[in-house]
Design a protein around this ligand. Structure first.
Ligand SMILES: NC(=O)c1ccc[n+]([C@@H]2O[C@H](COP(=O)([O-])OP(=O)(O)OC[C@H]3O[C@@H](n4cnc5c(N)ncnc54)[C@H](O)[C@@H]3O)[C@@H](O)[C@H]2O)c1
Length: 261
């Protein structure tokens, strides 16, 4: 029997990038996967449901549909997100701020709320089968820059709302863990505006060079972290922020211009 063969997982934003890679890895590990996205999935992983993470009605409909069709809920990956442009505090409009918070932050809040409702209704399949919520934040939820302001604020919110959800579940003695993932640059469609501006290879090299490891990540490299957090292999991990960033948040890379030992 595969590791996750008795689990049902929802992956939001699962039609592309990190979500699509996570959905495939969860499915390969045996989980029954529901891909929930505003755009149709192209690679046929799992069952696709049209879903908007900003809409509470859409969350209610998704949960009811999954409980009816798949019969239970064990894993929710709150991955859907947008980059929200490059605006700083002076140039970001209220409308842009609210749009980014609605998807990246409020969407994760709703995802946690309905994940818990679904997991509580169906309960652990076996005592050792635990519910797991995985929220995709970013290195932008750990360190900042002058911009993009709205994105950074939204990802910072995900980091701490994750810890609050984790503590709530622990306090209530629910068998549900909640953790956040903080990727560095990953080669996905979220960078389409950059690829269009400077070309894919050049853009990838530019972002890759800012990572100590010297390159961007491929989506499955983050999907593996999601899979680990979703599985019981991470059974003592809750409220944690797991960084997969090629070393970018570890500190400054530049040495003083002295001879290296
Ligand atoms: N790519 C990176 O470098 C990187 C780094 C750190 C964090 N992240 C985060 O990873 C997550 C996935 O991003 P990605 O890089 O795979 O980008 P992506 O653009 O390839 O995928 C994002 C998916 O989210 C979906 N989506 C957008 N709005 C939605 C909504 N309202 N409801 C449902 N689905 C919606 C999109 O249709 C798309 O399929 C995002 O939260 C992003 O902020 C990405």
């Amino acid at each position: 029997m595969s590791e996750l063969s008795e689990r049902v997982a929802i992956v939001t934003g699962g039609a592309s990038g990190i979500g699509a890679a996570s959905a495939r890895l969860l499915q390969d590990a045996g989980a029954t996967v529901v891909v929930a996205d505003i755009q149709e999935a192209k690679d046929g992983v799992g069952r696709f449901v049209t879903h908007d993470v900003t809409s509470e009605a859409s969350w209610k409909a998704l949960l009811a549909d999954v409980l009816e069709r798949e019969g239970r809920l064990d894993i929710v990956v709150n991955n859907a997100g947008v980059s929200g442009g490059t605006g700083n505090v002076e140039t970001t409009t209220v409308e842009e701020w609210q749009r980014v918070q609605a998807i990246n932050s409020e969407g994760v809040f709703l995802g946690c709320k309905y994940a818990i409702e679904g997991m509580k209704k169906t309960g652990p399949r076996k005592p050792e089968c635990k519910g797991s919520i995985v929220n995709i934040s970013s290195i932008a939820g750990l360190i900042s820059g002058a911009g993009p302001l709205a994105y950074t604020a939204s990802k910072g919110a995900v980091r701490l709302l994750t810890k609050s959800v984790a503590l709530h579940c622990a306090e209530k003695k629910y068998a549900i863990r909640c953790n956040s993932v903080h990727p560095g640059g990953v080669d996905t469609a979220i960078f389409n505006p950059l690829w269009q501006a400077v070309g894919h290879e050049q853009g990838k090299a530019f972002i890759g060079a800012r990572h100590p490891i010297g390159r961007m990540a491929e989506p499955p490299e983050v999907g593996e972290v999601v899979l680990w957090l979703a599985s019981d292999r991470s059974s003592f991990v809750t409220g944690a922020e797991i960084v997969a960033d090629g070393g970018i948040t570890s500190g400054l890379m530049r040495r003083l211009p002295l001879a290296a030992p």
